[in-house]
Ligand binder design. Structure first.
Ligand code: IPM
Ligand code: MG
Length: 355
């Protein structure tokens, strides 16, 4: 029996994960499967209850499960806390402790949502990008880091961007393997004109590429990539990049699709996997039944595909989402009028999942 740990977290995370669970129930009955589902706290919810963003017990449960489904963490209530006990730390702890080095963030433009994008139809029609973000290294985890006093009494804050050969090798390999199932193009994004760590990144990615002669590799500086994503996003297939650049570029890629409320993600390691919407906890609309549940629902589809190998069912969920959008249903992030609520949207999707 497959074990799923559900960590709704904070804000709209709680709402969208709740809706995504309806999809899991639907899959169970369609495919005559049974998932063992446990739920626990993470982020601000865990801080309020236990004083820490994630407890050792929850971390152990995550390690014992086949997949983790996470909502979102954070909110203004916890923003003034010290970095070490902020809700966001829960994500970093999970990524590090579960070894989730490969973050997959697909951004595909749905034909029914072209009008929801802030870019022109001809620019975004047919866009289908997969951002492969390194997730357990770089400046997010590098040491030394901190805030220290200068001799003159002022302060200095610092972080370290650091990548080792094997970290670059394994994420590059992942990107090339994924590209083989797509259009066989990898754009590696770095800042090799300035950063030594990027110089190594580019060198190692080029080496790994030799094992994938059927995949076309290009290199771009991150500033150029940010521009190209807006100028001509159709040129991209797989974008391979570092933790920090991937954080930024994946939000940008998300907006090509019309709303960040649409984008799922998978964080994969050699032994564990975590699935979560790319969007955050959206405190401004939390508790109002307005959030778009599609990112969370598509994260379940990714779970079905990457952890459970249930490809048909993943396609069935994705097809249901496409159909609902084609029929014109929109949550508030996608349209200004005639919108449906979070729970209505997921009910509409669940009704349309067919095997
Ligand atoms: C993301 C988020 C996180 C990140 C934050 C919440 C720590 O922005 O998953 O993209 O920066 O990785
Ligand atoms: Mg981010």
């Amino acid at each position: 029996m497959y074990k799923i740990l559900v960590l709704p977290g904070d804000g709209v995370g709680k709402e969208v994960v709740h809706e995504a669970l309806k999809v899991i129930k639907r899959i169970e009955s369609l495919a005559h499967l049974k998932f063992e589902i446990k739920e626990d706290q993470v982020g601000g919810a865990s801080i309020d209850q236990h004083g820490v963003p994630i407890t050792g017990e929850v971390l152990k449960k995550a390690k014992d499960s086949d997949a983790v489904l996470l909502g979102a963490v954070g909110g203004p209530k916890w923003d003034s806390l010290d970095y070490k006990v902020r809700p966001e730390q829960a994500l970093l702890v999970l990524r590090r402790e579960l070894g989730l080095y490969a973050n997959l963030r697909p951004a595909a433009v749905d034909p029914s949502l072209i009008e929801a994008s802030s870019l022109k139809r001809e620019v975004i029609e047919g866009v289908d990008i997969l951002v492969v973000r390194e997730l357990t290294g770089g400046i997010y985890f590098g040491t030394p880091k901190g805030v220290e006093k200068n001799p003159d009494g002022s302060e200095r804050g610092f972080n370290t961007e650091v990548y080792s050969t094997h970290e670059i090798e394994r994420i590059a390999k992942k990107a090339f393997e994924l590209a083989r199932k797509r259009k066989r193009k990898v754009a590696s994004v770095d800042k090799a004109n300035i950063l030594e760590s990027s110089e190594l990144w580019r060198r190692i990615v080029t080496q790994v590429a030799k094992r994938f002669p059927d995949v076309q590799l290009s290199h771009l500086y991150v500033d150029n990539c940010a521009m190209q994503l807006i100028r001509n996003p159709k040129q991209f297939d797989v974008i391979l990049t570092t933790n920090l650049f991937g954080d930024i570029l994946s939000d940008e890629a998300a907006m090509l699709t019309g709303s960040i409320g649409m984008l799922p993600s998978a964080s994969l390691g050699d032994h564990h996997a975590l699935y979560e919407p790319v969007h955050g906890s959206a405190p401004d609309i939390a508790g109002k039944n307005q959030a778009n549940p599609i990112a969370a629902i598509l994260s379940v589809a990714m779970m079905l595909r990457y952890t459970f190998g249930l490809y048909d069912l993943a396609l069935a969920v994705e097809g249901a989402v496409r159909n609902v959008l084609k029929e014109g249903y929109r949550t508030r992030d996608l349209s200004v009028d005639g919108t449906v609520s979070t729970s209505q949207m997921s009910d509409l999707i669940v009704e349309r999942i067919e095997h």
